[in-house]
Design a protein around this ligand. Sequence first.
Ligand SMILES: *Cc1c(COP(=O)(O)O)cnc(C)c1O
Length: 381
Amino acid sequence: MSWKITLFVPDFTENDLQAVCKPIQDAWLTMGSKTQEFETRFAEIIKAKHTFAVSNGTSALQLGLAALDIKPGDEVLVPSLTFVACANSIIAQGAKPVFVDVADESDWTISPEDIRRKITPKTKAIMLVHYAGFPCRMDEIKNIANEYNLRIIEDSAHAVVTSLNGQYCGTMGDVGAFSFFSNKNITTGEGGMVSTNDDTLAERIRRMRSHGMTTLTLDRHKGRAISYDVVETGYNVRIDEIRSCLGLSQLERLDTILQKRRAIYKHYVEKLRDVDELTIPFLDHDHHTVGIHIFPILLHATLNRNEFITCMKEKGIQTSIHYPPIHQFSAYRKILDREAACPLTESIAEHEVTLPFYPSMKDEDVNLVCTSIKECLAMMK
Ligand SMILES: *Cc1c(COP(=O)(O)O)cnc(C)c1O
């Protein structure tokens, strides 16, 4: 398939290229000073007390859940309109995901009302997702969490860097989890970050990232430690220096990346907001504080989405779907012991289309996507 415009184009610079060579020249490949620098820089940007770079976003979620002591028998509330990694990471802890609907037609983040409805005596935590980078209704969610003594884990894979009333996504709950997968706002190929402002959780995350060991190779290399103990079991979800260097290099131009994303978002909105056959979610949200990750639209319910996607494909425009609801996947149908009851999620997921969106997108690219949309919609009438 030769696309005119693909869903995503990674954006690398000469600086990125130089950066990834450095660890090879220095002959220190994992968990070294560059990883520490990457963590420190990221912490400064999102104003987090502690950050830990890890192997990917999924392991960030899993480490967060483990540090919060989520275990078999526990229930974790999670949206169904998200990437399957969210629910999978809960299952990996032996706990049970309980699916929660989205807030409304234009705010596709987790619904505080539905959270209340789905709390049981077994509920231990809420894993929320800042969909497309737009922040969840944190005030309401935090009130509920306080009332029922629930922990909050923020999946901020889409929300590098989003703030809400001066606080950054990944620092408003107990633990934040970020992904630096190839198509995310900052990429290291595979990679992720865990954030927390809680010193006790931070200690557990630090240890559990590397087998539960009390000291690291770097400490021993620097002569700061001779041996180690294992005080609780853990994982190996470490990152390496090559990827940390790439992350650091990207963070240097984070402002440019975010500005470009916001400008492309604004351009799309101007072109599409008056198109009758579709709606754009999150329109009433101030996008200037959002690290926008994807551009989703909602086709009107009378239109056939497959027909639309096929028409766009014929015009050389790649689109995607975010997301098929998790509770409708075969594996989850088998294990669900009660109806998911997420009607709004189901209707949105049936009509959602994600448009091409990446920082190097030019005005004429956005124009071509929007013209193609209008032509397809006219043809479908
Ligand atoms: C990408 C993503 C993840 C998983 O991150 P990986 O780095 O691919 O493991 C988790 N949640 C959401 C919402 C994501 O978009």
